[in-house]
Design a protein. Structure first.
Lengths: 309, 309
């Protein structure tokens, strides 16, 4: 009997998960995405992956969530700004026992998912990719994914292990953890430093890291995030500065996803990054003036698209 | 016997001073500017002002400082980023007794002038204008100018009063003060909040003031600047927040000068605004994390012009 998995949001990251899982004979993959040309291409020609792995996988894709059968697992990979409408459209798929894992940026997505489904898994993923054309995704950087139960939902750890096992068999490296907050906050703190600074200065990641003024700002933003994590009792999974440095040593120019959003005038994920650090800082009494300033500036920049100078 | 005045930097603000003074029969005005088309137009057709006042004045303009005779007074109105080369070109004009007044943005210009001329006057000016075409400047907003001796130069107060009297007779409103630091710091603190936020968010001034996120950031930046001024023993000349509000109530959309610089990819005056607040904060032991972050981001943005994303 095959396991059914629904990928909610089949962009670059969702496609990597979808295509890998679809290679397993005992897994049936359904992908939900609003981008109809991508959906049509997947159904007609399969989902092609190239780069860190090269293959084409066959799976079901649709923009109509009512077409998707009941699934035991979900993997949510939309932009954080689309989590709420995406889960509202798809929640019926997971029934009373399905477990849904967020592999999105920032923190706060699991809280939204838990308002709609029974079991939620906290995930943090490091692979990177980009859409080359409809039906074809570039697998730019392979990397690990960390998963653990989202604490308020009392999600059985067994479900985390089941999903991790499927993904590991499919070729995605997943580490199941009892407490996955450390990995998530390490990536959050990395993102909340590099993303707004890149978006506000229009600097690619290596330039922003190497320039002394912005490099110092990275460090000061990271220090605030670390103080909040500490106050929450979260032990970080490594040093966010190592992620900054790793990215700066990569070949070519890489633009932070928030810079890509800003250049395309798309709403950013700042509420789930700097906004979340500020909110948790308030709850724990830790001052976060620099993260608040980044949130304020990005909100201002988003506003300028409807009220230009 | 006529008084000779040299306007160093005859852009929008310099032109307002030059044209007003040139209406006085006992004043001979020489304007120095590197923009040759503007210089040529002034010499051929006079300098036309329209808006808050409408007239055409006749004066001498040149891009060759060696053509300018010895002058008793100078008014420096270049961008702060051009103060050093401008005074290096013109310092011979002022001889051993000339007094040179900065009416530029930010703080730090007087220090540069004092390395080259005997007497320096600290000025702060509120009129606004823009170049309509070569030889023609729009006088957008009339306003007061505050002048006082730049303390380290022991400039005789009598010189401040003489220059103020000339300008008041010409129609520019000038208030001479024994200590002009309060007016300068009030405008500095206003500029150091509204300028970088406008430049980073691409918001016009009213939008940035009214949007709650950026409006709050204005207030937090102002509070840091006020703390530094207090530590320096400077009594502010009014509330910088009133300047923010006054600007937001003006008709039409106004873009902060730093936003105009960023849109034109011109080096900004951030070193003389947020950079100066950070430096004086260090000297007085007052923390200025938000002003430092603004300085860091603007430096990053300037860097992106030579190393784009």
């Amino acid at each position: 009997m095959s396991v059914k998995v629904c990928i909610v949001g089949c962009g670059a990251i969702g496609s990597l998960f979808a295509a890998h899982l679809a290679r397993l004979e005992d897994v049936e993959v359904h992908a939900y995405d609003v981008y109809q040309e991508h959906v049509r291409a997947i159904n007609e020609r399969g989902l092609r992956i190239s780069g860190a792995a090269d293959f084409t996988a066959h799976l079901h894709a649709t923009s109509d969530a009512s077409q998707i059968p009941c699934c035991g697992f979900g993997i949510v990979a939309t932009k954080s700004t689309h989590t709420r409408p995406a889960i509202e459209q798809t929640k019926h798929i997971f029934g009373p026992t399905g477990a849904v894992c967020s592999v999105q940026n920032g923190v706060g997505n699991e809280e939204i998912l838990a308002q709609h489904v029974q079991y939620v898994i906290r995930g943090t993923t490091f692979p990177a990719g980009h859409l080359i054309e409809p039906g074809h995704v570039g697998f730019d950087i392979s990397g690990d994914t960390w998963m653990g139960p989202f604490e308020p939902t009392n999600t059985p750890y067994d479900l985390v292990e089941q999903l991790s096992a499927l993904l590991n068999r499919s070729g995605m490296r997943v580490i199941p953890l009892k407490d996955a907050r450390g990995a998530q906050w390490t990536k959050l703190i990395f993102n909340a430093s590099t993303n707004p600074v890149g978006a506000l200065t229009l600097l690619h990641h290596r330039a922003a890291t190497r320039l002394s003024s912005t490099g110092m700002l990275f460090n000061d933003l990271i220090a605030e995030g670390e103080a909040v994590a500490k106050a929450l009792g979260i032990e970080l999974h490594g040093d966010p500065r190592a992620l900054v440095e790793k990215g700066a040593n990569a070949a070519g120019k890489h633009n932070a996803s928030m810079l890509q959003d800003v250049l395309a005038k798309r709403q950013t994920e700042v509420d789930f990054m700097n906004g979340a650090i500020v909110e948790w800082g308030k709850k724990t009494g830790v001052p976060t003036p620099l993260n608040r300033a980044m949130w304020q500036l990005i909100k201002g920049l988003e506003h300028s698209w409807t009220d230009p100078a």
